[in-house]
Design a protein around this ligand. Structure first.
Ligand code: OGA
Ligand code: NI
Length: 261
């Protein structure tokens, strides 16, 4: 997967630009930074983003080149989805919920991939690959190459997550924070760039479908000791808010908190 992604970005600009769009509603597109319409400081990143569940709804839009791109991406996306479904079951059980609870809350499910390409940067202290943010997902499974760049915010400081060969990074996203009523917290993370080496990362973003309604699991709410931290909201409202702004440390979730008065 990493090899074919690298090949994609090493193609001539004209080949990559066939997919360029600044429109975040496009289901397959190449772009740069995060949201070029709203970013005040541009990030040192090019990316290909695509939808990959259900695969047959989207595969016709995916890049034709490199020639092996569709086949490898389809196989990879299918395998990662199987892993995600197992993780969702394990997390449900860890919360004392029915095994299929979280899966059932995500409507018909949605899965996207990003192919992040961070070229070497002459002045890395002036920008980021991606600034600090929390993923809008339920859960994110990140594949990265051997060049470090990912950092997570832990105990009041940024900590580098060094790549370990043949491993994934699994990050909790905002929707899991809501469904678990904050027993799982979405992780603040960012990507920095360096002067020496290009870096590739391939996150799989696993989401509710746009028609799903997200709220804390009823089983985890207790009026006395554990009131609902979030109200119930259509996932699409969160989604529109996420793309309407630049990536920001402040989570979009603040808009969906239950009133405390
Ligand atoms: C992302 C992300 C981190 C990385 O794409 O949401 O956080 O290491 N990527 O590229
Ligand atoms: Ni992220």
């Amino acid at each position: 997967m990493l090899a074919v992604a690298r090949e994609f970005f090493h193609q001539p600009e004209s080949e990559r630009m066939k997919h360029y769009s600044a429109d975040s509603t496009k289901t397959t597109r190449v772009s740069t930074s995060f949201n070029v319409s709203t970013d005040k400081i541009l990030n040192w990143r090019d990316y290909l983003r695509l939808h990959c569940f259900p695969i047959q709804d989207f595969i016709n839009e995916w890049p034709e080149n490199p020639v092996s791109f569709k086949e490898i991406t389809a196989e990879y996306a299918t395998s990662v989805r199987a892993l995600v479904l197992r993780l969702l079951e394990a997390i449900s059980e860890s919360l004392g919920l029915e095994r299929d609870h979280i899966s059932n809350r995500l409507g018909t499910h949605a899965q996207h991939m990003a192919f992040n390409y961070y070229p070497p940067c002459p002045e890395p202290e002036l920008t980021y690959g991606l600034p600090g943010h929390k993923d809008p997902t339920a859960i994110t499974v990140l594949l990265q190459d051997q060049v470090s760049g990912l950092q997570v915010f832990k105990d009041d400081e940024w900590v580098a997550v060094y790549p370990i060969p043949n491993t994934f990074i699994v990050n909790i996203g905002d929707q899991m924070q809501v469904i678990s009523n904050e027993r799982y917290k979405s992780v603040l993370h960012r990507a920095v760039v360096n002067t020496e080496k290009e870096r590739l990362s391939i996150p799989t973003f696993y989401f509710p479908s746009t028609d799903a309604v997200i709220s804390p699991a009823q089983e985890l709410i207790d009026g006395q000791t554990s009131p609902a931290v979030y109200k119930s909201f259509p996932f699409v409202e969160y989604w529109d808010k996420f793309w309407d702004r630049s990536l920001a440390t402040a989570s979009c979730l603040d808009a969906f908190r239950a009133s405390t008065t």
